[in-house]
Ligand binder design. Structure first.
Ligand code: 6R9
Length: 647
């Protein structure tokens, strides 16, 4: 229910949306149950997570729930033995889920493949057998450099099944970036594809792997397995390269899951690097499985008939937790799409929703903003009535984008779940449930078992309405198990880089985001701590300024950086993408400057406005403001390997 029609900026967002009564009746977790979970978790957090762990299958249960004797290095469920893949696959084929769809894949040309849980189980076993035959051992790392294909999911699960940590690298990364990542994790094997479809073209992938490995420049790699997707001419190096079909054909559809220690590594992932140099984060089988399973089933209220579509690339933490592990742990059907969201035109996403009857659609604000530019006539071309929940992640969404998504995609009926979390957290941390009250642009409240605070520079809680640093004040089961800094691998740099996040405020994990709590205890994420401007002593988050820009009808996308100003110390400079059909002009610049003054008051001094066709982003859609800043000041932008278009 919409309580007011005005468009306010984030600073004065007052609208509240309530779930439809029917939805509350049908929800897996109703408001009373949510309160009971919160009370239980506050009173006995370890008991709360222990119950969550009991919902999954273990070869051997834990000696205790949490060992924090070496804090901040925590070990969840020490002594326990499990394999996450057993819980994603084997467990379901013992139940009515056996012949249910586990995975739907749509290729960009419109081809499609579907796997039931039983079929996926057999495929994963075959590839697990192939990895073993190729000599990959428990503990040895495999790089997966692939577009979104079923084999990418199969490869992830097959690695996990044999206890070989996987590390995904976006198919958009250059040979140099790929080589660095292969070396960082000392990969034994690389899984790739000959090529894939993107925006109507075939992108060849295998040559990039060849270049990354040229002349033994990453000599840890023994073999390369190539999926035959694009059917393009491909050089295969005798004794090193194998076709996927050939290696799985020889294998049996049964290959036992390795019995893993709960704290053994499941995967390694380079963080999205929105700031600073990339670091490599590890997650484990046990705690990660518990945290992801509990939070995903709660937030997305998984029902037996759901078709769950998270649009994230597999190479992002969201691809791990919300495309592969979370949905399969929950026994739902997960959907992946190979291609470009606008191919062949701006209704492709909505076409897919209607074609498969998607019920839950989880995406990033950047994608919604891109689709908004084309207008609501595209979603209107399709029947989106199967949708029942929407979700977003990755960046502050802002009220304007929130409302567009809610109205034009969710018909004003589907709860929009804005989930805050990170590569380091592994699982959702702050998010509404479908039954929660929603305020457009707020991530609402921490999930049960998660405790956060907003603190000032000294670590003291700040009162409502004041911005501060977001910290997590209690360990959580899916927390990263390790971090290492590839640029300083020797000498325990990993421990240091891990401990860095806990060093500033002992016992508290510093998330690196600026947040605000309102009078109702709702949280508003304003952006990364390094994205805050100080204009004449007033602190303004880039997100706040960008949202205000987006409230103007001409603006599709905005990125703000701080530039030096003789009088105010710092002023804001804006990079703007205009909506389709709007022409840039000097009058428009003046109008935008006036608009900003109206929205945020005279502190919002916009020193310059520059119109652009695109903005530098990471592959997960985060704007790399430091690149814009470097262009502006002529300084070095730092590590650029995370850029969507690194070359
Ligand atoms: C899952 C993921 C983490 C950073 C995080 C924050 C931003 C994520 C958000 C959000 C506002 C949300 N972020 N979710 N900001 N609202 N719902 O994105 O992981 O790539 O590691 O990035 O993303 O700044 O600190 P990761």
């Amino acid at each position: 229910m919409d309580n007011s029609g005005t468009l306010d900026s984030l600073a004065q967002e007052l609208r509240v949306f309530r779930p439809l009564p029917q939805l509350v009746i049908e929800a897996n977790v109703n408001p009373q149950e949510l309160e009971a979970f919160r009370r239980q978790a506050a009173h006995d957090p370890l008991g709360y997570w222990e119950e969550a762990a009991d919902e999954l299958d273990w070869y051997k249960k834990w000696d205790r729930v949490l060992d924090d004797s070496d804090a901040p290095f925590c070990r969840w469920f020490p002594g326990a033995r499990c394999n996450i893949v057993y819980n994603c696959l084997d467990r379901h084929i013992e139940t009515a889920n056996k012949n249910k769809l586990a995975l739907i894949w749509e290729g960009e040309p419109g081809d499609s493949r579907k796997y039931t849980y039983y079929e996926l189980y057999r495929e994963v076993n075959r590839f697990a057998g192939a990895l073993r035959t190729l000599g990959v051992k428990k503990g040895e790392c495999v790089i997966i450099y692939m577009p979104p294909l079923p084999e990418a999911v199969i490869a992830m699960l097959a690695c996990a099944r044999i206890g070989a940590p996987h590390s995904l690298v976006f198919a958009g990364f250059s040979a140099r970036a790929l080589r660095q990542r292969i070396k960082d994790v000392e990969a034994k094997l690389v899984v790739t594809a000959d090529g894939f479809y993107r925006n109507g073209q075939i992108i060849k992938l295998k040559p990039v792997v060849d270049e990354a490995l040229v002349g033994g420049s990453a000599d840890c790699v023994d073999s390369v397995v190539v999926v035959h997707r694009a059917k393009v001419d491909t050089d295969m190096q005798e004794g090193r390269d194998y076709w996927y079909d050939d290696v799985v054909r020889r294998e049996r559809p049964e290959s036992p899951a390795e019995v893993m220690d709960a704290n053994d590594t499941l995967f390694l992932l380079h963080t999205s690097g929105a700031t600073g140099a990339p670091k490599v984060v590890s997650h484990c089988h046990g705690g990660y499985m518990v945290g992801v399973h509990r939070t995903l089933t709660h937030v997305f209220d998984i029902k037996p008939t759901d078709i769950f579509w998270c649009t994230a690339d597999l190479g992002w933490i969201t691809g791990h937790s919300a495309v592969v592990y979370g949905p399969l742990l929950a026994g739902t059907t997960t959907l992946i799409y190979e291609g470009h969201p606008n191919y062949p035109q701006a209704d492709r996403m909505w076409h897919i929703v209607s074609k498969y009857g998607v019920t839950i659609f989880y995406t990033a604000p950047t994608l919604i903003r891109m689709l908004m530019r084309f207008g609501p006539q595209y979603p209107r071309m399709h029947d989106l009535s199967t949708l029942r929940l929407l979700g977003t992640v990755g960046e502050p969404i802002g009220p304007e984008t929130w409302l567009w998504f809610y109205r034009h995609i969710g018909r004003g009926e589907c709860p929009l779940l804005d989930t805050w979390w990170q590569t380091e957290t592994g699982m959702f941390m702050i998010s509404p449930l479908p039954i929660s009250l929603l305020k457009p642009g707020s991530v609402t409240k921490p999930l049960p078992g998660v405790e956060v605070d907003v603190v000032d520079r000294e670590g003291a809680s700040v009162p409502p309405g004041k911005g501060g640093l977001l910290v997590i004040t209690r360990p959580w089961p899916a927390m990263m198990t390790g971090v290492f800094d590839p640029s300083a691998k020797a000498g325990g740099a990993g421990r240091e880089r891990f401990a860095e996040s806990f060093a500033r405020f002992p016992g508290k994990y510093l998330a690196g985001d600026v947040a605000k709590r309102d009078e109702d205890g709702f949280l508003w994420i304003e952006g990364r701590a390094d994205d805050v401007l100080n204009i004449a002593g007033h602190r303004l988050g880039t997100a706040e300024l960008e949202n205000a820009f987006r409230a103007h009808p001409a603006v599709a996308e905005a990125a703000i950086i701080g530039v030096p100003d003789k009088i105010k110390g710092e002023a804001a400079k804006a990079f703007i993408i205009l909506n389709q059909g709007v022409a840039p002009s000097d009058e428009l610049i003046l109008e935008l400057q006036n608009h900003m003054r109206k929205e945020l008051g005279p502190v919002a001094v916009i020193k310059g406005v520059e119109f652009r066709d695109s903005l530098p982003r990471t592959r997960s859609g985060k704007i790399l403001r430091r690149v814009l800043k470097a262009q502006e000041t002529g300084e070095s932008p730092g590590d650029l390997s995370m850029l969507e278009d690194a070359d």
